[in-house]
Write a protein that binds this ligand. Structure first.
Ligand SMILES: [Zn+2]
Length: 341
C-alpha cells in the first residue's frame, strides 16, 4: 500500500495510480495500480495469479491492476507476460476431462496402491495440485492383502455369496486369493476365494418333526435331544393351529454325525423292529385273505345246502338232516351233497 498520487479535478480529486475519484481528499491508502471496481468488466489481458498457477504459470512482472473481493485486494497481472512454474509438471486436467485410467490418491485405495513417483496428470484442487496415477504402476499399500482383481477378470475366484450358490463355504483357515472394492458410501472390500479352499456344505433348510420321524427315523426322545427348534413358523394350513417347529437340517445332520455310533445303533434296533412289524403285517394280510376265501366258500355252500336233499326249511330256520349243528370250515364243500328231486 502506498499513498495516492492525487490530482485536483474541478469536482474533487483523483489518483493517477489507482484512478479512483473522490469529492474530498481520501483517507484510505492507495493500492498503487489501477483499481477495477467492477470485476465483471476487466480488460481481457488481466488475470489473477491463482488463475495462472492453475495453468502452471506465474507472472513475470508486477501486478498492473487490482480488484477487491470480500474486502481483500486481488492482484491482476498481464496474461501475455508469464513463465512456466514447474517444467516437470504432468499434463493438467479437470475433474471432468481427466482420462479414466488415471486415478487420484483416494481412488488408488480401491486397488490397494499408494501414490508413486510417476504421476501422469494433475488437477488443480483447492489451490494445490492433485496428482493422477496409473494404479498398476503404483506401489502396493497394504502388503498383507491378496492381489486386487478387477471385477470379472478372475472367473476362478468367487465371492462368498457366489460360492454359497454352489454350496461351497471357505474353510476357517482359508485365505482369500484376491479382492475387489466397491463404493457403498465408503469403500467396501469383497474377498475372493478359490473353490480348492472351500468345503462343500449343503444349503440349510428347515425340517418339520414329521420329516425328522419319517426321513431320519428319529423317535420322540431323539427329537427331544436335539433341543429347541431353530425356527417357529405359523402353520401354513391354519393360523390358529400350533405353530410349526422347524429344525435346521445342517444342525440335525451335524448332531447325528456327532452321535454317529449311537444313531446307527438306534437305526439298527429300529430296523429290527420295523422288520418284525412287516413280517406280522404279511401274516395278518394272509390271514385276512384266508378269511375272505372261507367266507366266499361258506356262501357258496349255503347255496348248495338250499338245493340239497338232506336240507329242509323249518320255522327255526334251515336244518340239515346229516349235519344238524351246521358245517365246520374244514367240512366245506360238503361231501354229502345230493341235489334234491
Ligand atoms: Zn491511488
Amino acid at each position: 500500500m502506498t499513498n495516492h498520487k492525487l490530482k485536483k479535478l474541478s469536482a474533487g480529486w483523483m489518483c493517477e495510480l489507482c484512478q479512483q475519484q473522490w469529492k474530498k481528499k481520501p483517507r484510505a491508502k492507495c493500492p498503487g495500480v489501477v483499481w477495477y471496481d467492477n470485476p465483471n468488466h476487466l480488460p481481457s489481458h488481466l488475470i489473477e495469479a491463482e488463475q495462472l498457477a492453475a495453468q502452471n504459470l506465474k507472472p513475470k512482472g508486477n501486478a498492473i491492476g487490482c480488484l477487491k473481493r470480500s474486502k481483500n485486494w486481488v492482484w491482476l497481472f498481464d496474461s501475455s507476460d508469464v513463465e512456466t512454474i514447474d517444467p516437470e509438471l504432468p499434463p493438467i486436467y479437470t475433474w471432468n476431462n481427466r482420462p479414466k485410467d488415471l486415478k487420484t490418491p483416494n481412488q488408488l485405495y480401491r486397488y490397494n496402491r499408494k501414490p508413486g513417483d510417476n504421476p501422469h496428470g494433475c488437477i488443480r484442487h483447492e489451490g494445490d495440485w492433485l496428482f493422477l496415477y496409473r494404479w498398476e504402476e503404483c506401489p502396493i499399500d497394504d502388503e498383507s492383502l491378496p492381489p486386487y482383481r478387477e471385477y470379472g477378470t478372475a472367473p476362478e475366484l468367487k465371492t462368498r455369496s457366489q460360492l454359497k450358490k454352489e454350496n461351497l463355504v471357505p474353510r476357517d483357515d482359508a485365505k482369500p486369493r484376491g479382492f475387489y472394492r466397491i463404493w457403498r458410501e465408503e469403500w467396501k472390500t469383497v474377498w475372493l476365494y478359490h473353490a480348492d479352499d472351500c468345503d462343500w456344505e449343503a444349503p440349510d433348510n428347515f425340517l418339520t418333526k414329521g420329516t425328522l420321524r419319517d426321513r431320519y427315523l428319529l423317535s420322540k426322545s431323539w427329537i427331544a435331544r436335539l433341543g429347541e427348534p431353530d425356527l417357529i413358523r405359523e402353520n401354513p394350513h391354519h393360523k390358529s393351529w400350533t405353530p410349526m417347529q422347524l429344525y435346521s437340517r445342517q444342525r440335525v445332520e451335524r448332531f447325528l454325525a456327532d452321535h454317529a455310533e449311537e444313531y446307527s445303533q438306534w437305526l439298527d434296533e429300529r430296523d429290527r423292529y420295523v422288520a418284525i412289524f412287516s413280517a406280522n403285517r404279511e401274516a395278518i394280510a394272509q390271514g385276512h385273505e384266508r378269511y375272505l376265501e372261507a367266507k366266499s366258500k361258506r356262501k357258496a355252500q349255503q347255496q348248495r345246502c338250499l338245493r340239497c336233499a338232506s336240507g329242509c326249511a323249518t320255522r327255526q330256520g334251515f336244518l340239515c338232516a346229516i349235519y344238524p349243528m351246521g358245517l365246520e370250515d374244514w367240512q366245506i364243500p360238503c361231501d354229502d351233497f345230493v341235489a334234491r328231486g
